[in-house]
Design a protein around this ligand. Structure first.
Ligand code: GLP
Length: 243
């Protein structure tokens, strides 16, 4: 628990940077990092960029797999998760383009796209550290309430709550928010060696209570992390209002 968003982001960035450095990644043995989108990890990405600019860390031998992407939103749309990742992180560090993996929500065969994504994670040897955020309803990636806790990468229909929450990125117009997304499953995240969630703000307090203090439930899908041997939640004081 950190006092505020800034210190939460710094703590998380230090943790991630140390993990990458300790692993001493090489082209033969890269570090595999899972990446989230949303406003919560923005500070974490900013701090990681600062560390790169200060020469403290390199992403040359880091391979990334993003959590999710909207279905049928053009890749170059400002609110696509492709745009988000390049604008807020990848364009500012030395990552190689071929090492970036983001689901293609415009693929002709979306089922095949999900299967191939899951296979690519496996072929890379699994994810070393999956970073994540949490929706106000406790969802992880786009694993909406009711998602199987064993789920793998697949298509999900977004709940009305998520569409409302994400409409702020689409000028508040619900009709502009995509209704479906491709997302890694809870099982995909659980298979990572380590998981680190960032969670801030009073509007996440109810979710955090259910995730940490509640029972493991597909109604609060991030609660599955209680079963993960190496999962960490980094949060600010406001998110702890109901703990
Ligand atoms: C979306 C993303 C999630 C993210 C959530 C919360 O639903 N798919 O991965 O955790 O939003 O976003 P924010 O951090 O902006 O509250």
């Amino acid at each position: 628990i950190e006092p505020n968003y800034e210190s939460m982001s710094k703590w998380a960035a230090n943790y991630v940077a140390n993990r990458i450095k300790e692993a001493t990644p090489t082209p033969e043995k890269p570090f595999k990092l899972g990446c989230p989108t949303g406003s919560s990890p923005l500070g974490l990405y900013k701090e990681l960029v600062k560390k790169y600019e200060a020469g403290e860390i390199s992403f040359q031998n880091v391979i990334t797999f993003n959590m999710d992407e909207y279905v049928h939103l053009p890749e170059d749309h400002p609110e696509s998760y492709h745009s988000f990742m390049w604008n807020n992180f990848f364009s500012h560090i030395d990552i190689k383009k071929e090492n970036v993996h983001i689901l293609n929500g415009n693929a002709e065969d979306l089922i095949k796209e999900c299967e191939e994504y899951e296979a690519a994670i496996e072929a890379a040897g699994g994810i070393d550290l999956f970073m994540g955020g949490v929706g106000p309803d406790g969802h992880l990636a786009f694993n909406e309430l009711g998602s199987s806790l064993a789920s793998k990468t697949r298509i999900k229909t977004l709940t009305t709550d998520t569409i409302i929450a994400n409409s702020r990125f689409f000028g508040g117009d619900l009709s502009l928010v995509p209704t479906q997304a491709l997302t890694v499953g809870i099982g995909t995240v659980m298979a990572a060696k380590e998981v680190l969630l960032v969670c801030n703000g009073h509007h996440k307090a109810r979710a955090l209570r259910h995730i940490i203090d509640g029972s493991i439930s597909h109604k609060w899908t991030a609660s599955a992390l209680q079963m993960h041997p190496h999962s960490i939640v980094v949060c600010d004081e406001a998110a702890c209002d109901e703990l």
